[in-house]
Structure formats: structure tokens, C-alpha cells
Design a binder for this molecule. Structure first.
Ligand SMILES: [Fe+2]
Ligand SMILES: [Fe+2]
Length: 390
């Protein structure tokens, strides 16, 4: 049974003891340390780096690299391993290539006695490679997805043995699973970001906003989020979510949405339903990105003094995402030409923000807006709309 084979592997992994090397408890500690570290990581590149650290520590190596087979199967790449920046090599090259093509573990005492070794990297970096292990990584369908490579054993003997292979095999099994699921997660997240952004852009185009409006709002929101003290992760999340603020406008009839001139009170009421409608459209998703977008859609027209809509909530009862997007959205809307109005000049915008400090807008955010005025203006310049007058 596959199960008992697995048990043996784990037994060999935990119970063996290297002379002058790691004991079972130390290995357990290491494994837990890295499992914990990896569980906080989302990005493929970061995971590769931590997996390499784990392989290095488990085998007491000087360096360890996790190589990944490219999508078209022609290259191997790795990123920022120990002492190594992003590298890409042909899939068949060197000892790693041999291990991948033959689907075999390779263990070598002195690579300079092995004709497959490519000494060019050593030559360029001044590093001297001697002992090496390479273990291919397989996915659930038994496809090779990459390899674990450990270099220069720091054991007394200076060479690798069967127990290092066992340890690195376990690490590589774990690595393969982690990388496969990380790739899926990353793909899903990339797709989500695109969908969210596109939906946001649709919402804006329906309401005759200018082309780069949602991009600028995204950037302003991130600047404010970081200045406010949100973590980088949350600031990035808000940056991805804030372009969705007007998504509810897809549900507003064209006759109202595109009406030239001002709204009747009834029309204004209908217009204002875009906040609740946007929220209702996406609130049931459990994904953090869409949850954030639902908040932004719902609360970007609330006001600090409670006179906004749809709920008229006030102060910190308004989610920080809503408060931030409100500032970013209004700043951008006022500063851009629209079909129905010319852009306000900067002084007029700044006066309005100062007046609305603690009324329409969170006073802390207005202060942060003024502190970061230069950054805002730079973003606006960088992402300004290009009009074609021909
Ligand atoms: Fe809106
Ligand atoms: Fe907007």
C-alpha cells in the first residue's frame, strides 16, 4: 500500500541520525518552523525561496535551489535562492537537467569530476561547487514540475549520503504539493484581479468616467492605506478592490446614467442605488478580494458626518476601505475633465478637502492626503488620460 511506503519514508526521515549532523528533534523543529513560515506565504516566488531555505537546513548544505520547469517545458527557472538572483536555463542543461529528464535522484561527491557539470556559473560568481544532490519534484499526475538542488554539504565528510536523499525527498514531496497549490491559488487570484478590474472599468464606462479613473483611484487608495497604517497586504487588497466602487452602475438604466444635465430628485434616488446594488452583486463571495470590493461598493458614498448614502452611517462605523475610496474617488473625479464638467484646478480641490475635513471625509485621511499631496499629483500625472482630438 502506498500508505506504508509513505510511513517508511517518514520514519527514515525522522529517525535517522547523522554523525555531527541534525538529530530527529532538530529536524522536527526545522520542519515545523518552515511549515509555519510557508503557511503565511501566498506568492510563488516567496514560497520557492523558503522551500530552498528548508532544503538547505535539512541537509546542512551551503546552498539550496528550487528549480521550476517552465510552462512550455523548455526551461528551468528559479528566483533569489541563496546567493542567486532570477535565473533561467534550458531544461536539459547540467546536472539538474539530467535529474529532471531521467526522473532520478543524483548524488555527486565532486561535480568537477562529472562531465555533466557546467562550471560557467562558478566561474562567473567565484563560488566553488563540490558536492551536490538533485531530487526531481513530481506533481500528482507524476509529471516532473521541477527539482530540488542542494550544494556543498557542510557535514564533516563534506559529502552527501543516503539520509540526505531521504530528507530532501520528503522536502521535495512537500514542496511539490505546496507549489502546485500555490500556482493554482496564484492563477485564481490573477483571474480574480482581472475580472474585478474589468468589472470596475465597465461600471465606470457606463457612467462616462474617463479611461484611467479606476487605475488612479486604485493607486491613491493604496497610498492612503499605507499612510493610514494598514499592512502592505491590506493596502494591496484595497488597491485591487477599489476600482470596483461603481460596479453597481451596471444596474442603472441608461436613460438616467447618461442623462445630460442634472437629475430630478427621483432620478437622483435611482442613481444612488448603485451603492447597494454593487454591494448586493458581490457580497456573497467568500474571497477576500471580492469581500473588500463589496465593502467599497457599499460605503464609498458614506460621509464621515453621517449625511451620506445608502445607510447614512458615520465616523469609524464606515469601514476604512470605504472612507479611503471616498477620498480617492472624489479627488480624482474633481481633478479630471468629464463630459459634463471641466477639471477643477488644484487649489480649488485642496480648499474643498480642507473644508470637508471631518464633514464629508475622515479628518485623519484628509491630513494624510495633504501630507502625501505630491505623491497624489505624481500618480495623476503618470496615469493621465490621453485624449484623441482627431
Ligand atoms: Fe459611486
Ligand atoms: Fe469613481
Amino acid at each position: 500500500m502506498g500508505r506504508s511506503q509513505n510511513d517508511n519514508k517518514i520514519k527514515g526521515f525522522f529517525m535517522t541520525r547523522h554523525a555531527g549532523s541534525l538529530g530527529a528533534n532538530e529536524i522536527l523543529e526545522l520542519v515545523f518552523k518552515y511549515l509555519n513560515k510557508i503557511s503565511y506565504l501566498r506568492k510563488y516566488d516567496d514560497i520557492i525561496k523558503v522551500l530552498a531555505d528548508m532544503g538547505r537546513d535539512l541537509t546542512s548544505s551551503d546552498r539550496c535551489t528550487v528549480w521550476v520547469v517552465s510552462e512550455d517545458q523548455t526551461k528551468l527557472w528559479t528566483k533569489v535562492a541563496h546567493g542567486v538572483e532570477y535565473i533561467e536555463i534550458p531544461v536539459e542543461s547540467g546536472i539538474v537537467g539530467a535529474s529532471i529528464l531521467q526522473r532520478e535522484n543524483i548524488i555527486i561527491e565532486d561535480v568537477y569530476k562529472d562531465e555533466r557539470f557546467n562550471a560557467a556559473v562558478d566561474k562567473n560568481t567565484g563560488y566553488h561547487t563540490k558536492s551536490m544532490i538533485v531530487i526531481p519534484m513530481f506533481d500528482q499526475d507524476d509529471q516532473v514540475i521541477g527539482a530540488f538542488q542542494a550544494i556543498n554539504s557542510q557535514n564533516e565528510s563534506g559529502v552527501y549520503d543516503r539520509r540526505d536523499i531521504e530528507r530532501l525527498t520528503l522536502a521535495s514531496t512537500f514542496a511539490a504539493n505546496t507549489l502546485v497549490s500555490a500556482r493554482l491559488t496564484e492563477e485564481i487570484e490573477e483571474t480574480q484581479k482581472e475580472v474585478v478590474f474589468t468589472m470596475g472599468a465597465i461600471g465606470e464606462s457606463r457612467s462616462k468616467e474617463t479611461g484611467n479613473h479606476v487605475k488612479r483611484v486604485a493607486e491613491y487608495s493604496k497610498v492612503l492605506a499605507l499612510a493610514y497604517g494598514l499592512s502592505k497586504e491590506e493596502a494591496d487588497l484595497l488597491k485591487e478592490a477599489s476600482p470596483m466602487h461603481d460596479i453597481g452602475k451596471v444596474a442603472i438604466p441608461d436613460s438616467i446614467l447618461n442623462k445630460p444635465g442634472s437629475f430630478t430628485p427621483e432620478e437622483r434616488k435611482v442613481m444612488e442605488t448603485h451603492a447597494e446594488k454593487g454591494h448586493a452583486m458581490i457580497k456573497n463571495s467568500t474571497r477576500s478580494l471580492l469581500q473588500a470590493a463589496a465593502i467599497v461598493a457599499y460605503e464609498h458614498h458614506e460621509r464621515w458626518d453621517g449625511k451620506g448614502y445608502p445607510r447614512g452611517i458615520k465616523g469609524e462605523a464606515i469601514h476604512i476601505y470605504g472612507r479611503i475610496t471616498a477620498v480617492a474617488d472624489v479627488f480624482d473625479a474633481l481633478g479630471s475633465d468629464r463630459v459634463y464638467k471641466k477639471a477643477w484646478d488644484d487649489e480649488r480641490i485642496f480648499t474643498l478637502f480642507a473644508q470637508e475635513r471631518g464633514k464629508q471625509f475622515d479628518p485623519t485621511l484628509v491630513d494624510l492626503f495633504f501630507e502625501n499631496k505630491k505623491t497624489f499629483l505624481e500618480i495623476r500625472e503618470k496615469l493621465k488620460d490621453e485624449f484623441d482630438y482627431e
